[in-house]
Structure formats: structure tokens, C-alpha cells
Design a protein around this ligand. Structure first.
Ligand code: C5P
Length: 224
């Protein structure tokens, strides 16, 4: 039994990778499994929140009671977040959004042209969904509590604190451990303006429940 610490809150979570099309049959993506974001959505629902989960392509069942919005690309994820975020009081960005997308997806499958030379792809940067939401009026007024994630290979604490400030979020969660992609276990480092606290190694659902409790301690009373 989980205490209903987020009762009355609306929580918006992003999860999974994005897929950036090159042509109708190819694209670039990453190894994010979406498991942490799905665990957070489940834990937030258990805590009494109304939860919307915007996710890229993943092979995971929708947690019970959670509303799922399925997207593919970073631009679609941004549009889905923008459509939902005005109703939310908590935003947790757990998605591994692709940093770049092909400048133009080809409408037709790119064929080998017989020259032996590969095609040249050019890329453009994707929008930073979290930073955009964190800069919004509601977030700045404290009506929307934003949480970001960081996957760093070294100096996690320093990088996570720098990322927290760069993204403009009150709470940033660092993934401890070299490879958490696809794993069912992880450990977290919670970084806020006071410093950091480790959440020891455990199943992602257990970590998600602790993260939800930390969020609940920090958010204002639910909007009426
Ligand atoms: O900059 P970096 O990708 O390391 O930041 C990770 C955090 O920012 C995660 O919370 C991720 O969901 C979010 N993010 C985002 N949009 C992007 C890139 C990252 O929301 N384009």
C-alpha cells in the first residue's frame, strides 16, 4: 500500500527513446527501454495522482490507470507535452530524447545509387523539451514542478548539478551506474539546490516510489 502523497496532482511523464526518421524505412534512435519513466508513472498513480505518460517507441505495457500518449519523434513528443502540460502540476522528463534529427526525412526510401558512395545526411538539433517547459511562466511561478534526468559516465554529481542549473529545474535525477539502459535495477542521485542525496541500488519501481515521495515533499499543496 502506497500513501496517497500526490492526491489531487496531475503528473506528466516523458519516457523512452525517440525515433527520428531518415526515410520511410530507416531512422536513428537509442537504447532507452522506457522502464524508469514507466515506473515513475506507475508510482505517481499509486500515490494518487492523475498521470499522463508521453512515450516514444517502447515495448512496455501501460501501467494501470495511466493515460498513455504514444509518439515517435522528438517534435511529436514536444507537441504532445505542450498539449498536456498546462493541466499538469508536476512534469518528469525521463525520456532519452534524440539530440539531433535528420534535417529532412526523405519521403521515399533512399536507394543505393551504384556509385559506391554512401548518402550524406545532415542533422538539425532537436528542441530541449524539458528546458522549454522549465522556462514557462507556470514553472517559474512554482505552479509546475519540473524534474529532469541525467545519464553521465563520470563526475555525476558535478555534471548533474550543472545540468540542473542549465535546464532550470529544481530537481535533477542522476542515473548512477554505467549502463542502466534496459535494466530492471538502478541507483539514483537526487540533486537539488541544497546538494545531493543517493537513493541506493534497487528495482526501478522501488526507486520510482522514493522519487515520487521526494517530489511530493517539494510540491505545493494540490491545486484546487
Ligand atoms: O541534455 P540531456 O539530454 O543530457 O538532458 C537530459 C534531460 O533533459 C532528461 O530529463 C531529458 O528527458 C530531457 N531532455 C528533453 N529534451 C531534449 C533533451 C533532453 O526533454 N531534447
Amino acid at each position: 500500500f502506497q500513501p496517497k502523497v500526490l492526491m489531487g496532482h496531475r503528473v506528466l511523464v516523458t519516457a523512452g527513446p525517440t525515433f527520428e526518421a531518415i526515410d520511410p524505412v530507416r531512422g536513428i534512435t537509442n537504447h532507452s527501454s522506457g522502464k524508469m519513466g514507466f515506473a515513475i508513472a506507475r508510482a505517481a498513480h499509486e500515490a494518487g495522482a492523475e498521470v499522463t505518460l508521453v512515450c516514444g517507441p517502447v515495448h512496455l505495457p501501460t501501467p494501470w490507470g495511466v493515460r498513455r500518449v504514444q509518439v515517435e519523434s522528438a517534435l511529436q513528443m514536444q507537441a504532445a507535452v505542450q498539449a498536456e502540460v498546462d493541466r499538469a502540476s508536476v512534469f518528469v522528463a525521463a525520456a532519452a530524447v534524440a539530440d539531433w534529427r535528420p534535417a529532412q526525412a526523405s519521403a521515399q526510401k533512399i536507394k543505393k545509387d551504384g556509385s559506391g558512395l554512401p548518402p550524406t545526411l545532415s542533422f538539425v538539433e532537436n528542441p530541449d523539451i524539458l528546458a522549454g517547459v522549465a522556462a514557462s511562466d507556470r514553472a517559474r511561478r512554482g505552479e509546475l514542478f519540473c524534474v529532469g534526468f541525467a545519464a553521465e559516465s563520470h563526475d555525476l554529481e558535478t555534471h548533474a548539478q550543472a545540468k540542473r542549473l542549465r535546464k532550470g529545474v529544481p530537481l535533477l535525477v542522476g542515473n548512477i551506474g554505467p549502463t542502466t539502459f534496459g535494466q530492471d535495477h538502478n541507483a539514483l542521485l537526487l540533486v537539488d539546490e541544497h546538494g545531493c542525496r543517493a537513493v541506493p541500488h534497487g528495482p526501478k519501481l522501488a526507486l520510482a516510489r522514493q522519487l515520487v515521495a521526494e517530489i511530493a515533499r517539494r510540491v505545493a499543496a494540490p491545486p484546487v
